[in-house]
Ligand binder design. Structure first.
Ligand code: GLV
Ligand code: GLV
Length: 322
């Protein structure tokens, strides 16, 4: 009898075809609805493998219902939605997709930075709504990117790729990270500094730290207050890293100038969320890695991780916990 593979969302055909060669696939057949947790609990009972995405909650209770589970594979680099320690305790390897989405996510992060600085979304709405009457000296004016100071919090692969893009704009690059990155300092001229220094000196603060209990609400009222009133804040990491109420207040009162978010504390974010009422916020629906090419590569790599797990082979990319 073929092993059962649970897939929590419709995934690209290239990946699905691979999975079908290696097991009996159950798929929650939807392009935009999360599988109900109760359904997942039911389907996991006799499953040998779980193919999951950002937004599924893979917790201890779910694992308690999965006595036959041999591997978990997420189509993402981040795995904060999975209780990796609990999986490890049960000897279940967890796979993810680092590396291949780095440049695509850096592209989006930089696009979000530019869109926020130059008010692209607001400007486009203005035009479409028929408000454009004439060229006007200070109409829709924003912040300069060229020559500005960029502060990157979380200098991982994506942070480094954002910094590389910034050198093309002659930006001064500051960074804060758990550990220093001498090679990034050497090749890109990035300067390591304390969180406080980074917040005070940066024109753009870009958050790219993975989510953990230590980074929860890393950006809160005190942090926004240290930023320049002309500064722009960008979050392309995880929503839980930011205190959204503090960000809302900072944007509304002019403590900071603008913000661009690709992630939210609760996703999908409700369309009546207070943040979305602010003109100086650019909001995106978690599309960091969303290029056609990269998403297909992620889907296939996640399938390869899963198949390796079923074969009891080392996963091409296994999540390593401390
Ligand atoms: C998406 O946010 C990911 O972690 O790949
Ligand atoms: C993701 O690939 C990161 O380490 O930033």
């Amino acid at each position: 009898k073929q092993k059962k593979i649970v897939v929590t969302r419709n995934i690209p055909e290239e990946a699905m075809a691979l999975l079908k060669e290696h097991g009996n696939v159950y798929v929650w057949d939807s392009v935009d609805n999360v599988i109900p947790y109760e359904t997942l609990v039911e389907e996991i009972k006799d499953a040998a493998a779980l193919y999951t995405i950002v937004g599924d909650r893979i917790d201890k209770n779910l694992l308690d219902h999965a006595p036959h589970l041999e591997v978990i594979s997420t189509m993402a680099v981040g795995y904060d939605n999975i209780d990796v320690a609990e999986a490890r305790r049960r000897g279940i390897p967890v796979g993810h997709t680092p590396g291949i989405l780095t440049e695509t996510t850096a592209d989006l992060t930089f696009a979000l930075l530019m869109a926020t600085a130059r008010r692209l979304v607001e400007s486009s709405d203005y035009l479409r709504q028929g408000q454009w009457k004439s060229w006007s000296p200070m109409l829709l004016t924003g912040q300069d990117i060229y020559g500005a100071t960029l502060g990157i919090i979380g200098m991982g692969r994506i942070g480094e790729s954002v910094a590389r893009r910034a050198t093309g704009f002659d930006m001064k690059i500051l960074y804060h990270n758990r550990s220093r990155r001498p090679e990034v300092e050497e090749t890109l001229g990035a300067v390591y500094c304390s969180m406080e220094d980074l917040l005070k000196k940066s024109d753009f603060v870009v958050l790219l730290a993975p989510a953990s209990s230590e980074t929860r609400h890393l950006m809160g009222e005190a942090e926004f207050k240290q930023m320049k009133p002309s500064a722009v804040f960008i979050n392309a990491s995880r929503g839980s890293n930011v205190d959204e109420e503090a960000l809302y207040n900072a944007l509304r009162t002019g403590t900071i100038w603008g913000a661009g978010l690709d992630v939210f504390e609760t996703e999908p974010v409700a369309s009546d969320h207070p943040l979305l009422s602010l003109p100086n916020l650019v909001a995106l629906p978690h599309i960091g890695s969303a290029s056609i090419h990269t998403r297909i590569k992620m889907a296939v790599l996640a399938a390869q991780n899963l198949i390796a797990g079923l074969r009891k082979e080392p996963l091409p990319f296994e999540v390593k916990t401390k």
